[in-house]
Design a protein around this ligand. Structure first.
Ligand SMILES: [Zn+2]
Length: 451
């Protein structure tokens, strides 16, 4: 037997050793039984089997020997400031009853719910309201978390940068008076809007190259913006070393996004084989957002007062989305998990997206990779996130269950026993522990609109 490895302790801060029953490290290989992960400060030190890797005697031991340890999950397409069904009865009323300041509080609350459920990174793809874009509010949520004054996941915030009458403009009622500079037209005006969003501190520019699904009186297959406008927006994001996420339903939009150099393609929805091949060739990650397409999602929208036109449109889109996902997966498109959660389903159960992938033919391990390694790659942060490997930030979760046999186990809060971000434990629901990020339960809080 090779000599046992002992961790040096000198001047590296706190050391934690997590023993687990099974380790899924996020690299796609075979799970490792009886593993240990050593954490020095906020980073992973060593990883291996318990007979090979030993913690120093003074290391804090965290016993997860009954659980599966895996990287913290990431949702790359979420709208935490949306009028959520957990917090509002009717989104159309909420749009005019809720001040942006309260929307900001809900964004934090929703993010914390996801964090409590094992989502250590969220890429929030933005929101607006009758008083304009919520970039400042969302960046403040991110900053407060980063400063450590409130608990929450790592957040990357997007600023909407779209044309007048775009899909994202139509989140707001069509007849609502629009004031302020929230949409723009022409490459230079759009550059200005992008620059203002970047000035506010956003990490990502979110834009639309086509129509969409969840908004009133808008056909999903229309074009949003010209190539020249899209090029300008993506170029502006890249000039400041930020990313551009492009909402694309049509193959025309997908091709426009690739031509512009988009960092991620959102949704897909429609496809043709040639465009899928181009996406594989270009290596652009796609976030499919299928949670948003289920019958369950449509029913939740109905309960929230969504117009019948939209519900019919969502039902019409459903088979296209599922078929496109199958084709993309088969063709080898790099899929990074995103839910498009906002209204639905309940915030925190984001891993429902993975169950849909598995039902559509993806292996459970590959589904887990979409929310870990692939997501980190899509964010271009694979050097520090996405897998449990030496040197990476210690974002990990312990799960009571085997997600490779039952991917749905990731959707139940009692199963998520431990949530660690950057070496710090934020949720600990192991026997004898009762540490949660969010301590109120669904049903215990009041609904915020006034029906
Ligand atoms: Zn979205």
């Amino acid at each position: 037997m090779k000599s046992q490895e002992f961790l040096e302790t000198a001047s590296k801060g706190s050391i934690t050793a997590i023993k687990c029953g099974t380790l899924i490290d996020g690299r796609g290989g075979k799970p490792v039984k009886d593993a240990v992960v050593l954490i020095e400060g906020n980073r992973i030190g060593k990883v291996g089997t318990q007979d090979r890797v030993k913690a120093a005697p003074h290391a804090e031991m965290v016993d997860c020997s009954r659980y599966t340890l895996m990287p913290g999950m990431m949702d790359l397409h979420i709208h935490t400031a949306m009028y959520n069904c957990m917090s509002f009865h009717n989104h159309r009323v909420a749009q005019f009853e809720i001040m942006p300041h309260l929307q900001q509080m809900y964004a934090l609350f929703h993010a914390q719910n996801c964090f409590d459920m094992g989502f250590t990174t969220l890429r929030d793809l933005g929101m607006n309201g009758p008083r304009g874009l919520l970039v400042n509010e969302m960046c403040a949520v991110r900053e407060a978390i980063n400063m450590g004054i409130i608990e929450g996941p790592r957040m990357l915030i997007a600023g909407f940068t779209t044309m007048t009458g775009s899909h994202l403009d139509l989140i707001q009622p069509r007849a609502m008076y629009r004031w302020g500079f929230n949409t723009a037209d022409g490459p230079w005006e759009l550059r200005k809007l992008a620059r203002l969003n970047l000035l506010a501190g956003c990490d990502v520019i979110k834009t639309c190259a086509s129509g969409g699904g969840g908004t009133d009186k808008e056909e999903p297959d229309i074009r949003n913006m010209t190539q020249e406008e899209l090029d300008a927006i993506v170029d502006e994001a890249h000039a400041l070393h930020k990313h551009a996420a492009v909402h694309c339903f049509t193959t025309q939009a997908q091709r426009m996004a690739m031509k512009a150099g988009a960092d991620t393609i959102e949704h897909m929805v429609f496809h043709d084989d040639e465009t899928i091949d181009m996406i594989v060739e270009a290596g652009v990650p796609v976030t499919p957002t299928l949670s948003h397409r289920t019958d369950h999602a449509i029913e939740l929208r109905r309960e929230l007062g969504t117009a019948d036109f939209v519900l019919r449109k969502m039902k019409y889109l459903q088979p296209f989305c599922f078929e496109t996902f199958r084709k993309m997966h088969k063709a080898g498109v790099k899929i990074a998990m995103g839910t498009d959660m906002g209204f639905e389903p309940h915030m925190g159960t984001n891993a429902a997206e993975l169950e849909i992938y598995v039902k559509l033919g993806m292996k459970p391990m590959d589904a887990i990779l979409t929310a870990t390694r692939n997501a980190a790659q899509a964010l271009k942060r694979e050097h520090e996130l996405g897998t449990i490997e030496a040197g990476k930030l210690a974002d990990l979760i312990a799960v009571d269950g085997d997600p490779l046999k039952d991917i749905a186990c990731l959707q139940k809060k009692p199963n998520i026993k431990l949530v660690m971000k950057e070496g710090k434990v934020y949720a600990d629901r192991r026997p004898g522990k009762n540490k949660n990020v969010v301590n109120v339960k669904p049903g215990e809080w009041k609904i915020a609109d006034y029906l």
